[in-house]
Design a protein around this ligand. Structure first.
Ligand code: CAA
Length: 389
């Protein structure tokens, strides 16, 4: 059962229902097998595209659905509740690369990349991290050097979700020179396509959770990127990436709420069916207290997430609220999935029931698009920023 404190419009409820049915009919049947085999089903891209779910926040003039952030998150939660691996594909594509091209792309870039991304013909990925630059993203080392009509890129990007199937990668690389390092202001954002000579997909990670979402390294070896593929200004890529992550983190928050809601639903049903000491275990206060604590965390995470989404749609500065929503939802997802396993007892610890997968899938929401520790830093810093004083 999914409910929202935020009143949803008729259109939002219709899209929520579409997402729910799609998840049930198209994603649920083989989700455990895909998890077991770490198998990504490429057909899912076309299926999401057919629903318009790969252009949710892109205006209709660029072939998207032109929906607001809240509607997008409501749909994303439904997908995540069934298949968190598909949810991350949808979240990254909708929140990061498409939004970056929409916001800072030239008219030419919007024609060549945004339209096909919104139609779902080109899947988008986001490449900020590197093997030695995770939380300290501004320390990235991939170097871009201008050469005639091109930028020549060398380096390795890491933890790239959907990197195996991406048709467009928004990749951050240093545009400053080694003699004149400019920190966060010396990084550009490049629109990279896999057909560029020197582009290759590297190591695929063998992950604990989100196993059917391929996470890879990307290698750039003297990769020549046409200069018309530089997004905006050469030294602004890090700022663009950070601003985009404000929206990205809402997507991860929705993914976490979806996972948590699914775990709560499974646990409450199981508690009604499972009998011990002569009665259903839901009649024991020990179990009722767990379910109540789980429900409080799911609902409060969703409420904060929806409030942050609504603030984004009003054009408010959301850096702090998106970090809060992601932090709260991801920690709720860990708590709720862990308690769900406890309610299932031994059955929760085996792969026969889905709570074991939900627990593994939940963990990464405390790590990617900024760890919980980074979210706390962002929240604390924002307390002193001009926007909040
Ligand atoms: N919006 C706009 N500008 C921002 C911003 C935001 N949210 N956050 C930072 N900036 C600006 C700052 O104002 C500053 O600008 P000035 O040059 O004008 O001063 C500039 O960016 C540098 O900011 P900081 O000084 O705060 O930079 P920092 O080095 O101290 O790092 C950080 C800040 C918050 C720790 C940042 O590095 C961070 O968020 N780290 C985590 C990285 C992350 O989330 N990575 C996820 C990668 S994607 C992924 O997970 C894979 C996937 O596919 C899902």
């Amino acid at each position: 059962m999914t409910w929202a404190l935020t009143p949803l419009t008729e259109e939002q409820r219709a899209i929520q229902q579409t997402a729910r049915e799609f998840a049930r009919h198209e994603l649920a049947p083989h989700v455990d097998q895909r998890d077991r085999d770490a198998y990504f089903e490429p057909d899912v891209i076309d299926k999401l595209a057919a629903l318009g779910f790969l252009g949710m926040m892109v205006p209709e003039q660029f072939d998207g659905l032109g929906l607001d952030t809240l509607t997008y998150l409501v749909a994303l939660e439904e997908i995540a509740a069934v298949d968190a691996s598909t949810a991350v594909l949808m979240s990254v594509h909708n929140s990061l690369p498409t939004q970056m091209v929409l916001r800072w792309g030239s008219d030419d870039q919007k024609e060549r990349f945004l339209r096909p991304m919104a139609r779902g013909e080109l899947l988008g990925a986001f490449a900020l991290s590197e093997p030695d630059a995770g939380s300290d993203a501004a320390s990235l080392r991939t170097q871009a050097v201008r050469d005639g009509d091109c930028w020549v890129l060398n380096g390795t990007k890491a933890w790239v979700s959907s990197g195996t199937h991406a048709g467009v990668v928004l990749a951050m690389a240093r545009t400053d020179s080694p003699q004149d390092r400019r920190g966060a202001r010396g990084i550009g954002a490049f629109i990279v396509t896999p057909d560029l000579p020197g582009f290759s997909v590297g190591k695929k990670e063998n992950k604990m959770g989100l196993r059917s979402s391929p996470t890879v390294q990307l290698r750039f070896d003297n990769m020549r990127v046409p200069k018309r593929n530089l997004l905006g200004e050469p030294g602004m890529g890090f700022i663009y990436a950070m601003q985009s992550l404000d929206a990205g983190r809402l997507g991860i928050g929705a993914q976490a709420v979806g996972i948590a809601q699914a775990a709560l639903t499974y646990a409450s049903k199981y508690a009604a069916e499972r009998r011990q000491f002569g009665k259903p275990i839901k009649e024991f206060q020990a179990i009722q207290f767990k379910l109540a604590d789980m429900a409080v965390r799911v609902s409060s995470s969703r409420a904060l997430l929806h409030a942050a989404a609504t603030a984004r749609d009003r054009g408010q500065h959301i850096t702090q609220f998106s970090a809060m929503a992601k932090l709260m939802a991801s920690e709720a997802a860990m708590f709720v999935t862990s308690e769900a396993i406890q309610i299932f007892g031994g059955y929760g610890y085996v792969k026969e029931y889905p709570v074991e997968r939900l627990f593994r899938d939940a963990k990464v929401t405390e790590i990617y698009e900024g760890t919980s520790e980074i979210q706390r830093i962002v929240i604390a810093r924002e307390l002193y920023s001009h926007a909040n004083i």
